[in-house]
Each structure stands twice: as C-alpha cells, then as structure tokens.
Design a protein around this ligand. Structure first.
Ligand code: SF4
Length: 415
C-alpha cells in the first residue's frame, strides 16, 4: 500500500503525517490490518527496538472525587463499587511500589483522585517519593495528581518526581461532552507546567467514548504538538455505575488501528498501552506490542488487570524483552533534550516516563485504567474469559473486575 510506505518513511524521519493519512489508517479494512501493524511495527522498532517498558500503578487515594469525568469510576456520583480510601501513608505506597519494581517495573506511577493537589498533598507525595527512592534510587517516579497550581510542578520535581502525567483524553471540540468541571485548556496548562519544571510529560487519550475518527486524529495531533515523552492510549472500560457504562464499541481490530495511528503520528514517543487492553484487545494483546513500547504491569487504579506473570509471559512469547533499569527508554535525541530541560531520567540513564491519573491510567477506572479478572482477586477470570469470542458492540462486563487487592486492601498486589 502506498499509504503505508509513505507512513513508514515519515515515521522513520519523525515527519508528521497529514490528517488524511492518519484518518486513512483508521479506515483500513480487516484484510489490511496485519499490513498496518507490520508497517507501524517498523517505526516502533526503529525507535524502541523490541523493548517493552513496564510501569506500575499505585493508587494513592481512591474514589470520592468532586469532578465529573463521565468515564471515571471515581467521579462525583459514581455508583461503581470501587475501593474508596484516602491517602496511603508513604510506607504503604512504598511497599506497593516495591512489589511492582520486583515484578519488573521500571517506573512507578503515583496517582491520586481529585481535581488537583493542595500544597499539603504535595508534601505528602514528596515524602512518598523519598520513601520509594530510598528503597530503589533508580526507579522512575511519575506523579499523577490532577491539575497543578503555580509552583507545585517545581516542588514535585525538587522532591524527585521524574515525570508528571495528565491526559488530554479527547479532542478539544468534544471535551465539554465528557467533563464539565474543568476544561481542556486546564489540562493543556498542567502538562505545560510539568514540562516547564523539567519533568518528563506524559499525556494521552481514551478511545471508545463515542468519539469520531476525526476526534481521535484531533487529540493525537494535539498531543504531537504538546510533545509529551510518553502517550498512554487507554481504551474505555465502561464501568457499571458511570454515565458511559453502555459504550461498548471497541473491537480488537479497532484498537490496533488506533495504536498504529498513534505510532505513525508520534513515532519516537513512548506509546503506552494502558487501561482496557485486556478488556478490548483480549487475545490480540500480543499484536499490540508491535505498536506500543510500554505497558502497565498488573492491576490498574480501580480495576484488575491480568496477572503480572501473564504480562511477562506474553512479552516473551511475542518475541519482545522487558526493558531493564539501566536502559534509556527514549531515543537519544529525545533523551538529550529532556536532560537539557532539567529532567535526568527518561533520557540519559535510568529515566522517567509517565503514568497518569487524570491521564494515563484513568481510562475506565477513574483516574485509573481498567483491566479485568476475577472479582475475588485471584486473577483467573481474565484468562478464562479471553478464550470466548466477543462480537463487536457486545458488552463484556464479565471482563471488568473492580480491584480488590493491593493498595488500600490487606491483600497482596498483583505484580
Ligand atoms: S478522572 Fe480524575 S478528576 Fe476526573 S473524576 Fe476521575 S479522579 Fe476525578
């Protein structure tokens, strides 16, 4: 296909595709799908080889948010029966983080529900970062605390945060349809504050909220302009008890096309396969590794993912390798630019990266991602459920399980 040859050439040169080319990727047929994956895979390998970066979410504060993001299980008025708890103590968060690092995670994403942190919250998170880095100084820490006020980004950076996540989520034109309590411009402003403070910016999207192809292309082009180092791609987990509970539109094929489009538009950026991968990609998850170079290990913020061991086995079986702590995630040109901006991680040396509340992992869970397995937390249900075919548009609530283990519970985390 001329289209794919053109997109590969542009991806290898870091040249922006046209909007028409990006839309054409989303419009490819199922017959063309493997060619699309192979083409975007060439771009992925050029910049990231066969490495897969693992990230681990720690939900510092769950539920009871005053904001009204429609996709979020932690939103104002949510009837989703998620775990609800206030701030974890630094030692509790550090213990949860250690489990993720022991499981192979290179980055820990500290996420808290809420509109944004108070200065006292920034103090709390600073102590948590110190506790995590005391145990493992090489681990990358990303904070995801919502909208930042003046000076908070600098304080987080000084406390050791390598990255800050805040997702754009959807196009500017449709933002008001999913959230009324803050604006798209508020989100852009927070990402820019994080960048200005020298943190590695992480900002992505949620697909599957009823948006058009044009909306998807809009938000991905906006992300390219904003130029975060990592772009989490969430697939909506339609949580029962939220306004988007009936939005079951995604198919594995659609998810792969979306990931390919993101890779072509943001070729040298850490594209992270985030919430909803188990629910919507199901048995096609390994193909997505040809497009994304980063995933979350284990559970999400308010829902359960597949077992951490299954993530590792999938990566090995698909012919990829887990990125080690001593490897720089980003291509040299990006790593050098980040180091020059004041962030020592993510680039030269054990880097930073991104996570996200309000962002990366918030797709279906609230500021969190989704995933799904057994309600008792034994993790068996995902493996069982993926064996069954799911027609497009059919609800798969059997694949969505509220998180009942790890942070905020007495049960060990999934890592
Ligand atoms: S996405 Fe974040 S700000 Fe929005 S409702 Fe959920 S926890 Fe609150």
């Amino acid at each position: 296909m001329d289209l794919l040859n053109t997109l590969v050439d542009k991806g290898l040169r870091r040249e922006l595709p046209t909007r028409e080319e990006a839309l054409a990727v989303l419009a490819t047929s199922d017959d063309e799908l493997l060619d699309v994956v192979a083409a975007a895979g060439r771009v992925r390998r050029e910049w990231f080889g066969r490495r897969v970066k693992l990230n681990y979410l720690v939900n510092l504060k769950s539920g009871l948010c005053p904001e009204d993001c429609s996709y979020c299980s932690q939103r104002l008025g949510s009837k989703a029966e998620i775990l609800k708890y206030t701030w974890l103590k630094p030692e509790e968060a550090s213990e949860a983080a250690a489990a993720g690092v022991a499981g192979g995670a290179k980055r820990v994403c500290l996420v808290a529900s809420g509109r944004g942190p108070t200065d006292r919250d920034v103090d709390r998170v600073s102590k948590t970062i110190a506790a995590i880095k005391e145990q493992n100084e090489d681990v990358e820490v990303c904070a995801c605390l919502g909208l930042l006020s003046e000076g908070q980004a600098e304080r987080l950076r000084a406390a050791g945060a390598d990255a800050y996540n805040h997702n754009l989520n959807t196009s500017e034109a449709t933002y008001g349809d999913i959230t009324t309590t803050h604006t798209y411009a508020d989100r852009v402003d927070t990402v820019q504050q994080a960048q200005a403070a020298g943190m590695s910016a992480c900002s992505g999207l949620i697909a599957g909220m009823g948006e058009s192809d044009e909306d998807l292309v809009d938000v991905v082009f906006s992300l390219r302009e904003l130029d975060p180092d990592s772009v989490p791609v969430n697939f909506l987990i339609p949580f029962e008890g939220t306004p988007l509970a009936k939005e079951w539109h995604l198919t594995p094929q659609r998810c792969l096309r979306i990931l390919a489009m993101v890779r072509f538009v943001c070729p040298d950026v850490e594209v992270r396969l985030a919430g909803g991968r188990e629910v919507h990609l199901r048995s096609m998850q390994p193909l997505a590794l040809h497009l994304a170079n980063s995933i979350f290990l284990g559970d999400y913020l308010t829902s359960e993912g597949q077992e951490g061991k299954a993530d590792l086995a999938m990566i090995a079986d698909a012919g990829f390798e887990v990125e080690g702590a001593g490897t720089t995630t980003l291509p040299t040109h990006r790593a050098d630019a980040l180091a020059a901006a004041g962030c020592g991680s993510h680039g030269a040396g054990p880097g930073a990266g991104g996570c996200g509340s309000h962002g990366a992992a918030e797709s279906a869970g609230g500021c969190g991602t989704g995933g799904g397995c057994g309600p008792c937390g034994d993790g068996g249900a995902v493996a069982d459920a993926v064996a069954e075919p799911a027609p497009a548009g059919e609800a798969r609530t059997d694949l969505v399980a509220v998180r009942r283990r790890g942070a905020g519970t007495d049960l060990p985390p999934n890592a």
